[in-house]
Write a protein that binds this ligand. Structure first.
Ligand code: PHB
Length: 367
């Protein structure tokens, strides 16, 4: 009798604590949902999980990823949420050749200057939603904008993408405000926005920080005079907690709550039944990380060391995602539609496509 293949060791390196804890949970849920739909196997192999809580702390990231690679001997790394953590993981993955699928962390470098045959993203680059909402804000007729975000790769790069999209379309960024990650003392910055009086505001916050920012922006009385825009993370997975403060906020993202396609409806129903909560963009990115792993591994008959064969299969594939179909660029980042969304009640409703089949420029990537 043929021997059953060894279990596939999947290392989940996600935040289980801190401002991004809920994001980590949604990614793992999404991953497990797809795996369950495949009868518990990917590429013909049963899956065994190894987990670390990375605390969204880049200073612990190298140690954490080494636990998964050296102690647990994982075949594939799935992670992470925070851009700084994702970059550290990518550095180690590149050095060791370990297969890595990043289900969120948007650091442009991961599929830019640090790109590698064994590194993939099921999510986005920070530039993508930033650029798209910059164009959309200008198209709404706004001429000046202030930006406000956390001071680290994700905030810096989304604000930079926003500025590029906005200024190429005739707008001007007149104020750039930041605070350290994961601080949430927004008051003095909101006072600065009130006195600068830009036409509109762009922001990136996520998770617990996004909940507080959107409430504080409204509470400071800014919302009615200076419309709030952002990358979609500002209002994804957060609407229950943000309540009426989020109503009307305009964002761009590769997912929305009312796509109303058979594919997304089936996904949303299965997710809600399994986890007793609504899915969000993070759940979709986790689900698609598992889909990508399954497609790549099937092509190489379960051999996770055959990263060249895995990459060849994925760059030819079309991923049938709940977000809509997407392909994988040569740099291994999704080429995908950026929806324009507006908060209405408890949903991020699509009101248009801000940028169709948007591909990250992948600056510095040579593969
Ligand atoms: C990031 O650090 O890259 C990041 C974190 C949370 C998000 C999006 C991006 O929601």
């Amino acid at each position: 009798m043929a021997q059953a293949p060894q279990k596939l060791k999947v290392g989940l390196m996600l935040p289980a604590t801190g401002t991004f804890a809920a994001l980590g949970t949604a990614i793992e849920n999404g991953f497990r949902l797809h795996l369950a739909e495949q009868g518990g196997k990917l590429g013909g192999r049963e899956v065994e999980f190894f987990k670390v809580d990375d605390e969204s702390d880049p200073s612990k990231a190298i140690d954490n990823v080494n636990k998964l690679i050296k102690r647990d001997n994982v075949d594939v790394l799935i992670g992470s949420v925070h851009s700084g953590v994702a970059m550290a993981m990518a550095r180690v993955a590149k050095g060791t050749g370990t297969l890595m699928i990043n289900p969120n962390g948007g650091a442009d470098a991961v599929t830019g200057s640090m790109c590698a045959v064994n590194i993939f993203r099921s999510s986005f680059s920070n530039w993508q939603p930033g650029f798209a909402i910059g164009q959309a804000m200008a198209a709404k007729g706004h001429k000046t904008a202030a930006t406000i975000t956390w001071k680290y790769a994700a905030g810096d790069e989304m604000a930079k993408g926003f500025k590029e999209g906005f200024e190429k379309s005739g707008g001007k960024v007149t104020k750039e405000l930041t605070l350290p990650f994961p601080n949430v003392e927004f008051q003095s910055l909101l006072t600065e926005i009130a006195s600068a009086k830009p036409d509109a505001v762009f922001s990136f916050f996520a998770g617990g920080g996004a909940v507080k920012f959107v409430k504080d922006y409204d509470g400071a009385g800014l919302k009615k005079n200076i419309p709030l825009f952002g990358t979609g993370f500002l209002t994804d997975g957060t609407l229950e907690a943000q309540g009426a403060s989020a109503e009307g906020v305009l964002t761009s993202l590769h997912y929305a709550d009312n796509l109303n396609t058979p594919r997304d409806n089936a996904f949303r129903l299965a997710y809600a039944k399994t986890f007793k909560m609504q899915p969000d963009v993070y759940a979709v990115q986790g689900y698609d990380a598992a889909q990508m792993l399954g497609i790549g591994l099937t092509a190489v008959k379960g051999d996770a060391k055959n990263t060249a064969g895995f990459a060849a299969a994925l760059t030819k594939a079309t991923i049938d995602s709940p977000r809509g179909k997407f392909t994988i660029s040569k740099a291994h980042n999704p080429i995908q539609d950026m929806y324009l969304r507006q908060v209405s009640g408890k949903e991020n409703k699509v009101i248009g496509v801000a940028s169709k089949a948007l591909e990250d420029p992948a600056t510095g990537c040579r593969i």
